[in-house]
Write a protein that binds this ligand. Structure first.
Ligand code: FPP
Length: 249
């Protein structure tokens, strides 16, 4: 029997039918920690390690884009201590992991309203995006202070302003134009969305971009979502028949 190390793509996955962009909702960090008698923040710390390994896995297995929902516009309502911890965690991780991501050819992008984040975090974000802008091994997008409805509202506002200024005609507003005004502008839509911890909802995540995405929900808490769990998710994906509204050929 083949020893499964997961450094390479598992042999039961078809390399020709891998999703080109995977999006994840990393849910269940708090419950993972509580179950073990740890504070919730321990779950976020472990969750960050899981995300790092998933990113490496995408690179190893030839999946060129990964987008992770790290902090939603609603997450500000969590206890101040937890919000503060998460913000410091993002900043620390960016500072600590940037050199390695650069070495591995990861291009890092951020989506969301970054204008309200602390200056020190925004500086790390700018540095990471600028330094890695030309990398091509994997495109890693982090959603921070992201909400899909807010993203669509800001797109509408900017389109309306440009129309008012005479820079575009109302007739020119079509799907392709709207896409140019989204935070994700220029990034192909996700083929596959994974949400962990048993919740089955989109929680205001990439609502426009997920229109034709295959959805996968698993009971596994995010910190436990390892390569074998990802392997199982991809097996599920490869069984799906993606028709994009057409009938089977
Ligand atoms: C949801 O679990 C998780 C979050 C709101 C935070 C996710 C952030 C990380 C894993 C850190 C990633 C770091 C970077 C740089 C992207 P939850 O707290 O809602 O869990 P629960 O539903 O069990 O309470």
């Amino acid at each position: 029997m083949q020893t499964q190390t997961y450094a390479q793509l598992p042999s039961d996955l078809n390399p020709q039918r891998l999703p080109q962009h995977v999006a994840v909702i990393m849910d269940g960090n708090g419950r993972w920690a509580s179950k073990r008698g740890f504070p919730r923040i321990a779950g976020h710390r472990q969750g960050a390690k899981t995300l790092k390994d998933l990113l490496r896995c995408c690179k190893d297995w030839g999946i060129p884009a990964l987008t992770a929902y790290a902090f939603s516009t609603e997450n500000w309502q969590r206890p101040l201590k937890e919000v503060g911890f998460l913000m410091r965690l993002f900043e620390r991780l960016l500072r600590r992991e940037l050199a390695e991501m650069q070495r591995e050819g990861v291009r890092i992008s951020f989506v969301g309203d970054l204008s309200v984040l602390a200056d020190s975090l925004r500086q790390e974000i700018d540095r990471a995006m600028t330094l890695t802008a030309k990398n091509q091994a994997v495109h890693f997008t982090v959603a921070i202070n992201y909400g899909s409805r807010a993203e669509l509202a800001q797109a509408c506002r900017r389109i309306a302003t440009h129309a008012q200024q005479g820079l575009l005609q109302p007739d020119a507003v079509d799907e392709a134009l709207i896409e140019q005004y989204l935070y994700t502008q220029g990034t192909p839509d996700p083929d596959f969305l994974i949400r962990t911890s048993g919740e089955q909802r989109l929680s205001n995540y990439l609502l426009w971009q997920l229109a034709y995405t295959e959805l996968y929900f698993t009971e596994t808490f995010w910190p436990d979502f390892d390569r074998e769990a990802f392997h199982q998710a991809l097996l599920y994906y490869q069984k799906r028949d993606r028709r994009f509204g057409k009938v089977a050929a």
